[in-house]
Design a protein around this ligand. Structure first.
Ligand SMILES: *Cc1c(COP(=O)(O)O)cnc(C)c1O
Length: 455
């Protein structure tokens, strides 16, 4: 038996048939999202103009712990699932740790990240409802790529607003989206009122996720049979991602182990929640003592330094008010390479779980994340996405603690994606040109002070 790498898979029949909705099992449920106009708790119908109806229902479902995966979606999952659970002997050896390190490899999806797990579900529910077009925004392009492919699979037209600076500086993700047949527009654009307004005021505006969200929502609301989709933060996105942890649970069983620690990198919370929640249910229901660690970038520290407060999900203030850990919707994170983690807030479920101390959060500086990413690449052969490297860095920290104490802890982390389209970032790291970004307390306080006190 090889002691360098061991991989665990599931047969087609063993691939889960349901997603897990942790809201049903939480003792303290997440507070309700609030309609900013009426200040009333949101009802699913309030979301119907923007999202597919089934997704709006899933978003607010606090009752059903198990939700059937539609057969059409599960059939598509079989293209790349189960994803491998890997015992990382190479990394253990490189660190000289007695810990047993496992990772779930979501980078094997056709688009290279976990995001396809939710893109397929969202495109399916849109199709089922008679929707013909979907819109979304994308920064670095991971979500845009996943949605573009999922739209193709279910015969939908996809229009993606990509932040202008990424559109120009990261041309490969744009070409990936276009290869799948999506229409990609640099945002701000002249194709929407929101875009025109911004460009009239500031013709050289380079765009942000805020401008792109505004344009995508506007297009969805004004176009018949068109819905908006989102790749993170919302509870229905995390629900779909629980396929990761549900598979990992069965695969760990095949390995004869159960994790003491589960780790995921953290942007809005979907891959972290996806790998964690199926294990966390055993903490809630059976008193297991697994630790759950979300690894966020030190330059965007909403979990470790933000406040728990109602805030908007976007810069423009178009979304419902969400009860979450936030740095304030005007917080402008530094331009780190882990673009998928540059978000000011956290999903409502993880926010409640963190408040109730059912999970922990750590912040990782950019250089530490790349140190860990390169160490992992050398040890395991896979070049991780800069986002995923935050989870690897947190894993390295825990594994080195085990080295000190001699404990054989079992650590599981989620490898959310590969970094093969991020090599310019690795180039800069290898050339010694990457820096850390510090966020001062004054920066954090300034944005938080601007938050309207809703609760
Ligand atoms: C988008 C993305 C993330 C961050 O999103 P979450 O919703 O926090 O999971 C992490 N890793 C990769 C590879 C991504 O594309």
């Amino acid at each position: 038996m090889s002691t360098r790498q061991k991989r665990y898979f599931l047969s087609e029949e063993e691939i889960p048939t349901q997603w897990y909705n942790i809201q049903a099992d939480m003792v303290n449920k997440p507070l309700p999202p609030i309609n900013p106009a009426t200040k009333q708790p949101l009802k699913p119908e309030d979301l119907f103009p923007i999202f597919a109806e089934e997704l709006a229902r899933q978003e607010l479902d606090q009752e059903h712990a198990w939700i059937d995966i539609p057969e059409e979606v599960r059939d598509m999952y079989k293209y790349y699932r189960s994803t491998p659970l890997v015992r990382a002997y190479g990394l253990e050896k490189a660190l000289g740790t007695p810990a047993h390190i496992y990772f779930k490899n979501e980078s094997v999806s056709p688009v290279g990240s976990h995001k396809l797990n939710s893109a397929l579900a969202q495109a399916y529910y849109c199709k089922q409802q008679g929707v013909t077009n979907v819109t979304t925004e994308t920064g670095a392009g991971q979500w845009g790529a996943a949605l573009s492919y999922a739209a193709r699979v279910f015969g939908l037209e996809a229009a993606v607003y990509q932040v202008k600076i990424s559109y120009e500086q990261k041309p490969y993700r744009r070409s990936i989206m276009q290869t799948y047949g999506a229409q990609v527009t640099a945002s701000p654009s002249m194709s929407t009122r929101a875009g025109k307004d911004i460009l009239t005021r500031d013709p050289n505006n380079q765009g942000s996720l805020g401008t792109a969200i505004s344009e995508a929502i506007e297009l969805a609301v004004n176009t018949p049979n068109c819905k908006y989709t989102l790749g993170s933060v919302l509870s229905h996105v995390t629900l779909h991602q629980t396929i990761i942890g549900l598979e990992a649970e069965k695969q760990m069983e095949k390995a004869g182990e159960y994790p003491d620690i589960v780790i995921g990198c953290f942007g809005g919370g979907s891959n972290f929640g996806g790998v964690s929640f199926p294990f966390m249910r055993h903490n809630i229901l059976e008193g297991k003592k697994t630790r759950f660690i979300a690894a966020e970038p030190a330059s965007c520290p909403k979990l470790t330094r933000g406040v728990f407060q109602y805030d908007f999900g976007d810069v423009a203030g178009y979304t419902p008010l969400l009860p979450m850990y936030t740095l304030g919707h005007n917080f402008m994170p530094a331009n780190i390479h882990a673009g998928g983690l540059r978000y000011h807030g956290a999903g409502v479920i993880v926010s409640q779980l963190l408040k109730d101390k059912l999970m922990e959060a750590v912040d990782i500086k950019q250089l530490e994340s790349f140190d860990a990413g390169v160490l992992f690449a050398k040890a395991e052969g896979i070049i991780p996405a800069p986002e995923s490297s935050h989870a690897i860095a947190a894993t390295v920290r825990e594994a080195l603690k085990c080295k000190e104490t001699g404990e054989e802890k079992v650590i599981l982390f989620n490898l959310s994606g590969h970094g093969l389209i991020d090599m310019s970032a690795y180039d800069q790291y290898l050339a010694g040109n990457l820096t850390n970004y510090e966020v001062t307390d004054a920066d954090v306080q300034k944005n938080i002070a601007q938050l309207e006190k809703v609760i």
